[in-house]
Write a protein of this length. Structure first.
Length: 256
């Protein structure tokens, strides 16, 4: 573990006011969330529920029905979800969904922080410093969530306690901001390209592409055998050899 000091300490809650009126406790809780995120209508609520015998974070709509990180109909505005959160104690907090439409993505650093001391492990502190952007402490206090703009050059998403989500997932928002980080959502597309291949080297990508290619070739061969030796095999073989006399020498008809 490393002591990250003031540069990576958790900010204290500071009362804020709008039009000379003190905001609600929940508004204060999320005061540090960038305005640019609050303006995007991809907000949900969440709470801890027991699902299949274990307690987990479950997303909900402001009206009480369950939400989905892949169904935009179930998302809402920040204002509507905040109002629902303020209306009662049934919710644990707000959540923000990543859908891939605007390049906003999340980096989830798990089991990297001591909730008692606020110290981050070396590997997590290095990532937080490498990507200066809006960063929160996770609900458990044992991790961190980074929200940034970037494009992942491959399809890998998880390695150990590091996860990266460009779409199809949501972050449980705490408003528990890590000091020393940017107050906005910063574009780190160029740096992400470098970081991604440090975590997942290009040779691993090449191996994966080779496996996919071989699988595709095998599937194509199977399809060709089915066509060659199926019920219409003789007709297919004539066309395969270039004989389209049965179709008045019209390739478009033969293809059809």
């Amino acid at each position: 573990m490393m002591a990250v000091g003031e540069s990576l300490a958790v900010s204290e809650t500071v009362p804020v006011s709008v039009n000379n009126e003190t905001t609600t406790a929940e508004s204060q809780r999320y005061a540090g969330v960038p305005t640019s995120l609050k303006q995007i209508p991809r907000w949900i609520l969440w709470r801890m529920d027991k699902v299949n015998g274990r307690v987990t974070k479950v997303p909900y709509q402001s009206g009480g029905a369950k939400a989905s990180s892949t169904d935009s109909v179930t998302w809402g505005s920040y204002e509507v979800c905040l109002a629902a959160l303020e209306a009662g104690a049934r919710w644990s907090g707000l959540g923000f969904v990543f859908d891939g439409s605007d390049g906003i993505m999340g980096i989830d650093l798990g089991r990297c922080r001591n909730p008692e001391t606020g110290e981050f492990r070396d590997w997590a502190a290095a990532i937080i410093k490498r990507f200066p952007t809006y960063t929160e402490v996770s609900p458990s206090g044992a991790g961190a969530h980074l929200i940034l703009k970037a494009k992942m050059p491959g399809t890998h998403r998880q390695k150990g306690n590091l996860q990266m989500f460009p779409d199809g997932r949501y972050f449980t928002m705490t408003g528990n901001v890590v000091q020393g980080c940017s107050s906005g959502v910063v574009d780190h597309t160029e740096e992400m390209g470098k970081f991604y291949y440090e975590v997942w080297p290009r040779q691993d990508e090449a191996k994966w592409e080779s496996v996919v290619t071989q699988a595709t070739i095998a599937d194509d061969d199977d399809l060709l055998d089915m066509a060659m030796f199926g019920s219409q095999g003789n007709t297919f073989q004539r066309v395969w050899r270039g004989d389209i006399s049965a179709y008045d020498d019209d390739w478009s008809v033969a293809d059809f």
